[in-house]
Write a protein that binds this ligand. Structure first.
Ligand code: SF4
Length: 246
């Protein structure tokens, strides 16, 4: 097995979407194929990565990168063994984890059911998603809309991705800002409802200085509009910045 290019590994609560508050182990992988205007994540591959010294302490060691897959597995297994009932999932996040799908395929095969595996993805690499499908227990799929990312919305890739994950446990997430184009929101909701009607559609206001940066009344209005397109539209801001945790 080859190595995983990491940014960090840590234990924290899930701060987004329908699993908010669950304790999870996060493996943040390096690299991303998009450049969203609101991005607050350092995803550039580097020769060093951060590993939390003890799960949940927020203290990190800086160590050489990349890591052999077996070394990552051992770390996760150690954290699980210490507190077997604490962590509910292992989260592959980024960046865009699917950029390392080849290495992840081998790695996930060797995890052997250590924890349920959740994938946080920008929903643009459907072929890679197909490849990992047997090992992913839950998908958190972002649809990246032009009026908030500043990049052309990859509609075709998003549609292929949703089709590839159809029928699997998932949520579809739209990060929204005050300047949203409502027609674009509607189109995204229709797309999600067509291919993944059982996956909740999450409206997540962009976070600025640790707080949601869209008025609550506007979010409720959008939820009303999108309820005509999607059966389960929810408004859920990020919570981990409020607690000042990773
Ligand atoms: S997909 Fe995610 S990690 Fe990549 S640029 Fe957009 S927000 Fe940042």
């Amino acid at each position: 097995m080859t190595s995983l290019s990491l940014k960090e590994i840590f234990s924290s609560i899930q701060g987004e979407g329908m699993h908010i508050g669950q304790r999870q182990i996060f493996v943040r992988l390096a690299g991303c194929n998009l450049r969203c205007a609101y991005c607050d994540t350092d995803f550039i591959p580097t020769q060093r990565c951060r590993i939390e010294t003890e799960p949940g302490t927020g203290r990190f060691d800086e160590v050489d990168n990349p890591w052999a897959g077996e070394r990552v597995r051992q770390l996760v297994a150690d954290w699980v063994a210490r507190q077997p009932r604490l962590h509910r999932a292992l989260v592959l996040t980024g960046g865009e984890p699917l950029l390392q799908a080849g290495v992840l395929q081998d790695w996930l095969e060797g995890l052997d059911g250590l924890l349920p595996v959740h994938l946080e993805t920008n929903g643009t690499l459907p072929i890679e998603a197909e490849r990992l499908r047997p090992w992913i227990d839950f998908y958190s799929i972002d649809l990246k809309l032009f009026s908030v990312t500043g990049e052309l919305t990859p509609w075709r890739a998003h549609e292929d991705f949703l089709r590839a994950c159809s029928g699997r446990p998932a949520q579809v997430k739209l990060v929204v800002s005050a300047e949203m184009d409502v027609d674009e929101l509607r189109r995204a909701a229709r797309l999600a409802a067509r291919h993944m009607p059982d996956a909740p559609l999450i409206l997540q206001p962009v976070t600025v200085d640790g707080r949601p940066n869209v008025a609550g009344t506007r979010l409720l209005r959008w939820q009303e509009l999108l309820s005509a397109e999607h059966p389960d539209c929810r408004v859920i801001p990020q919570v981990h910045p409020l607690l000042a945790v990773c």
